[in-house]
Design a protein. Structure first.
Length: 275
């Protein structure tokens, strides 16, 4: 992507994150412009300068990629998935999905699940642990052209602008990567990279730009301990097509987390909450 001035790019990073976080809403680019204190034409022009695509087209891409994840990994019906991805009109969703993936949503679901089934016996086995994790927070920055998971999250600060200006109390906090283009690859690869933050200190932290504080809600996760990040892809595929079905649960389609703890790396995939 083409990056302009640092200030402008940080502002457009905020815009991109807003678009991702409001996929299921009917908020417009005009709402984004008002939020940022710009005209809508300024936002469109600057966003395209930073990301090479209009904000509306970018959001449509993320919506359809989210729909694809939900079709593969959840039992939600197509109408429900369309709503969850910000489409009021089911026919409009189906047309948009077919333009992107060349098949109707139901056929896509069938094809992708069949492919997962075919792969399931060729994967290494991983031990999966189910864990109810409490609400947590993390101070993170976003990377849009992320390298391979950075040295198992060791020395992650070298790849994150402003990391060395984080408050001293976070020096020994557990590093975390939030993988937004998994478990299905995205045309807009991006990760949030940073460290966990104690709830006690969360609201009193002065974070350097371009860091921000994110909430990791209380949720049930499927967890795998990895020897190193080279096992990330096979572990994620295992949980998607074999490990979770054996436990009778579904992935939620939300971004997985990779956390550096006392005993190495842990991959955490959010699970679908029971209705």
């Amino acid at each position: 992507m083409v990056q302009g001035g640092k200030t402008m790019f940080n502002e457009m990073m905020r815009a991109e994150i807003w678009l991702q976080e409001t996929l299921d809403s009917q908020l417009s680019i005009e709402d984004l412009a008002t939020r940022m204190g710009y005209s809508s034409s300024q936002v469109r022009r600057r966003f395209r300068q930073s990301f090479g695509i209009s904000p509306s087209a970018y959001r449509d891409m993320l919506r359809l990629e989210k729909a694809a994840r939900l079709l593969i990994h959840t039992p939600h019906g197509v109408h429900d998935i369309a709503k969850r991805c910000g489409y009021r009109n089911h026919s409009a969703f189906t047309r948009a999905f077919q333009r992107r993936y060349r098949v109707a949503p139901r056929e896509y679901r069938q094809n992708q699940r069949l492919e997962l089934y075919r792969q399931r016996h060729n994967l290494p086995h991983f031990s999966v642990k189910m864990a109810d994790l409490p609400l947590r927070r993390a101070a993170v920055t976003r990377l849009y052209q992320p390298p391979e998971i950075i040295e198992n999250l060791d020395n992650w600060q070298r790849n994150a602008e402003g990391a060395y200006d984080l408050p001293a109390r976070l020096t020994n906090a557990a590093p975390i990567a939030i993988l937004h283009d998994h478990p299905l690859a995205s045309e807009a690869p991006r990760i949030d990279l940073g460290v966990h933050v104690d709830e006690e200190h969360a609201h009193r932290l002065a974070l350097p730009l371009p860091f921000r504080l994110v909430m990791l809600p209380a949720q049930r996760h499927a967890c795998i301990t990895l020897e190193d990040s080279s096992h990330l892809t096979s572990a994620m595929l295992f949980m998607a097509c074999r490990g979770l079905s054996e436990h009778g649960v579904y992935l939620s389609g939300e971004a997985p987390q990779l956390v550096k703890g006392k005993y190495g790396l842990e991959l955490r995939l959010p699970l679908l909450e029971e209705d």
